[in-house]
Unconditional design. Structure first.
Length: 458
């Protein structure tokens, strides 16, 4: 890509002449060279005869629609960034377009300034059209997290595809599946990899503090605000903002976050001046946001803004082919960390680990391997090394107790085992299970578990 943005060319495609003129005026005033087409076929002719650095196109057009145009661009000029314009009713089409290779979409009626800034950002940050990620970076990412299961290979392929864009991504999956790891992978494979990666745990941060944590505050804006504070959104400027457990934020915070996503401007608590922030947003949740929307707990407009691209991370029980490589990886890591010789993992132990259902997913496996290394004898991991930590053969348990077929009973028993393992300390039990402290507190109350008595026994 050229170093001087003013020398770059943008092709605008829309069957509405007024839209073409408005965008032309905006982009030309920034020094960009603008080409216009009122249909897809004319756009393809311009692409053949001119050097174009970015395409802005409507989705719904006569003769050749935007999706067909995108397909032609991918075949003839792979890597050329495409932004779609779409009416609200056609947002699902735009989402599919992003999944197919477009870098972003903008809803009509659009704000000219916002569209211009988005185009400038993409032109500055995207790599040369058609070039792959740096070889050493791609190799490093594959080496650090090898996968064997088809589900994870497919997920990693999608991650590489969306990484080079700046679209918002929503990560779905159970607690402990590695949502933050996938978010970090997207960041490190993308053009913002040298910029900040800021993590916000919306589930663990009290609702009263989350606003200050995200947006910052000015001195004296409320009690104990003794100094100005820079918010985490501002800290993520030019980088990536990862909002973990997004389903837990309050209705008021949903409104503030939606406003930021729409205009990319923040105002600190007690402040009067807005500040522009350019950051990619990746959100994650283990909650069913669809049900939350129906129940009125989550805003549908925020949901659509966050889920431009949605990636679902499968639970560990659905990708057992990855367990052996994960076990080997964690075993090497913790042997080095605890300064002990490498452990032997017999086939019997590996089979046992692969048969276990892992309700806490990768995080539970990771903790189990660390505990097993500490408890094992003769540097050999045996299945019995995991029983003291509350990990049992669930297959046998189901045969012995038909109540295990109840999901709620199984969940309750899992929480009880984690509390027994950690001496009744809820924070540590939550870490073992790979869930937030707020979540385990809710589950303990839901099932009427007496965590205090468990702690007293220990």
């Amino acid at each position: 890509m050229k170093d001087n943005i003013s020398s770059q060319s943008v092709l605008v495609v829309d069957d509405d002449r007024n839209v073409l003129e408005v965008i032309d005026a905006r982009l030309s005033s920034c020094g960009l060279s603008v080409h216009k087409a009122d249909n897809g076929r004319q756009a393809l002719q311009i692409l053949k005869s001119h050097q174009i650095d970015l395409v802005v196109s409507d989705i719904k057009m006569p003769e050749m629609d935007g999706m067909t145009l995108l397909s032609e661009i991918i075949q003839t000029q792979p890597g050329l960034p495409v932004i779609f314009l779409t009416a609200y009713a056609n947002v699902p089409d735009a989402v599919n377009a992003v999944k197919s290779g477009a870098v972003d979409y903008v809803e009509k009626p659009f704000d000219g300034k916002t569209l211009t800034e988005k185009i400038q950002t993409i032109l500055k940050e995207l790599q040369i059209p058609g070039s792959p990620p740096p070889v050493d970076m791609a190799a490093d990412m594959e080496e650090e997290d090898p996968v064997k299961s088809p589900a994870m290979k497919n997920l990693h392929g999608l991650v590489k595809k969306v990484a080079n864009s700046s679209v918002n991504v929503l990560l779905l999956g159970e607690s402990g599946v590695g949502k933050e790891r996938i978010a970090n992978r997207i960041h490190r494979l993308g053009p913002r990899r040298k910029k900040p990666f800021v993590v916000v745990d919306c589930g663990a941060t009290p609702a009263g503090l989350l606003e200050s944590e995200l947006f910052g505050h000015v001195k004296g804006s409320f009690t104990h605000a003794v100094n100005d504070k820079k918010g985490l959104i501002a800290t993520a400027d030019t980088g990536t903002l990862f909002l973990d457990e997004i389903g837990n934020i309050s209705h008021e915070m949903q409104i503030r976050l939606l406003r930021f996503i729409e205009d990319r401007t923040i105002r600190r608590i007690g402040g009067l001046k807005g500040t522009a922030v350019d950051c990619r947003i990746i959100a994650a949740t283990n909650a069913d946001l669809g049900e939350a929307i129906k129940a009125g707990r989550f805003r549908e407009d925020l949901f659509f803004r966050l889920r431009v691209v949605t990636l679902t991370i499968p639970p560990l029980r659905e990708r057992k082919a990855d367990i052996p490589s994960l076990v080997d990886h964690f075993a090497r890591h913790y042997c080095q960390q605890h300064n002990v010789p490498a452990v032997d993992i017999p086939a019997e132990t590996m089979d046992w680990l692969c048969d276990y259902t892992w309700p806490g997913n990768v995080r539970e496996l990771k903790n189990a391997i660390e505990g097993g290394i500490v408890l094992c004898r003769n540097n050999t991991l045996q299945p019995e090394d995991f029983h003291p930590m509350g990990i049992e053969d669930t297959c046998s348990a189901v045969v012995a107790d038909e109540n295990c077929l109840s999901l709620e009973e199984s969940e309750k028993n899992t929480i009880l085992r984690a509390l027994e393992q950690t001496g009744g300390i809820q924070k540590e039990a939550a870490e073992v299970l790979g869930i937030s402290r707020r979540a385990i507190h809710y589950k303990i109350k839901k099932y009427g578990i007496d965590a205090g008595s468990i702690k007293a026994r220990h």
